[in-house]
Write a protein that binds this ligand. Structure first.
Ligand code: COI
Length: 376
């Protein structure tokens, strides 16, 4: 598979568990696209079901200007009459997507973390967006095929992970507002390191009071690409002012904590760990769900409920969770011009413990009693 399409030369690895490894600087990967060898594509007609897709060399895809995704936020497609544009797959911003990671173990084998949870979340999101979705079995099979075809891009242990990005989009042509006649399920991958430029250092968050990420009855609770374009304005302004990311409040009372641009949020106070309850405006993060369970097994009392902004400001610790950000401790939050710093520059005992428990499990460094990892 790799011989004719490989983009980078393969260099003998110094890491014993892998016979070949892509020729990049594994000590310096952040969270940006590194083009890999293959992507997976499957298509399906409206009202139909996805059948087996295929691996293709990673690269631009063709898209009709009238594709549902470009016009009404549903997806992109091929094999239509008006295929005029070529886009890089990473430049697509509409549809629904997933994010999961593959980790390399010391023996060279590869572990996925709770991939069936992503498959389930995609099917729930697809239902909300009037799109057909691959079955859980198809999703898992497609993820495995894509990761194995790009095996040499899975970083060595301790150097990061392979980020897996499944997309589901309405690729068929539409003009009036309606679900598209054709859908595309696509997966591409990229090796990644730390999400925030701060690396593993605690982040500084700006509490946004003007812009909102989601509204009740909307699509904030599914992994729709529109939820991410909605945050770009506030995020850009916050970053320009030196913040790492933005924390959003509910759009009705402007008082309850929701989530950050790319991750969920937790607070810890007096050994109690609390996160906003999922009520349609908050993404049901798989890392969020995992941290709730891990915190429970570590003896913490965990609550999912409304969190008024005052509780955030009075917390002992604050941390964010997500596939991309993993568990990111928060050094400070700034609300209406007031900056609140958390103890020990934000590296609290609880966030440190939960980060360590979760990542050891994901990397296969600890016994997986919960059956969360899938070896491929
Ligand atoms: C993830 O954590 O996988 C996400 O999807 C967030 C993304 C916007 C980077």
């Amino acid at each position: 598979l790799l011989s004719s399409n490989a983009r980078c030369e393969v260099r003998a690895s110094t890491f014993q568990g892998i016979s070949d490894l892509a020729d990049i600087n594994w000590d310096n990967i952040g969270f940006g696209l590194v083009p890999t060898d293959y992507m997976y594509i499957a298509k399906c007609a409206k009202g139909g079901t996805f059948i087996e897709g295929e691996l293709k060399p990673f690269g631009p895809i063709q898209l009709s200007p009238s594709a549902g995704i470009l016009n009404y936020g549903q997806v992109f497609g091929t094999q239509h009459i008006l295929f005029l544009h070529q886009l890089d797959v990473n430049s697509l911003f509409q549809g629904i997507f997933e994010g999961l990671k593959a980790y390399r173990k010391e023996d060279g084998s590869i572990l996925l973390f709770r991939p069936e949870q992503n498959a389930l979340r995609m099917s729930i999101g697809a239902e909300r967006m009037c799109m057909p979705s691959p079955s859980v079995k198809q999703f898992l099979e497609a993820v495995k095929q894509t990761v194995l075809a790009n095996k040499r891009w899975v970083p060595p242990p301790g150097k990061g992970s392979l980020y897996i990005r499944p997309l589901l989009m309405g690729s068929g042509s539409v003009l009036g507002v309606a679900p598209a006649p054709e859908y595309t399920f696509l997966i591409f991958v990229s090796p990644v390191g730390n999400y925030f430029k701060e690396g593993l250092a605690p982040i500084n968050l700006f509490v946004e009071t003007e812009f909102h990420r989601a509204t009740p009855g909307g699509i904030g609770g599914v992994k729709s690409i529109g939820n991410y374009s909605a945050v770009l304005k506030a995020q850009s302004m916050a970053k320009a002012n030196g913040y790492s990311d933005v924390l959003y409040l509910d759009s009705i009372y402007k008082k309850y904590l929701e989530e950050a641009s790319s991750c969920n949020v937790f607070i810890a106070k007096d050994k109690k760990v609390t996160t906003p309850a999922i009520k349609g405006t908050i993404l049901p993060g798989i890392t969020r769900k995992s941290i709730i369970e891990v915190a429970g097994t570590q003896g913490f009392e965990v609550e999912e409920r409304l969190i008024p902004i005052e509780e955030l400001l009075n917390a002992d610790e604050v941390f964010c969770t997500g596939t991309a950000v993993v568990v990111s401790p928060v050094q400070s939050v700034t609300y209406h011009g007031k900056r609140v710093e958390y103890g020990n520059k934000g590296v609290g005992i609880i966030s440190q413990l939960l980060y360590s428990e979760l990542t050891r499990l994901q990397m296969g460094l600890t016994e997986d009693k919960l059956g969360w990892t899938v070896a491929i």
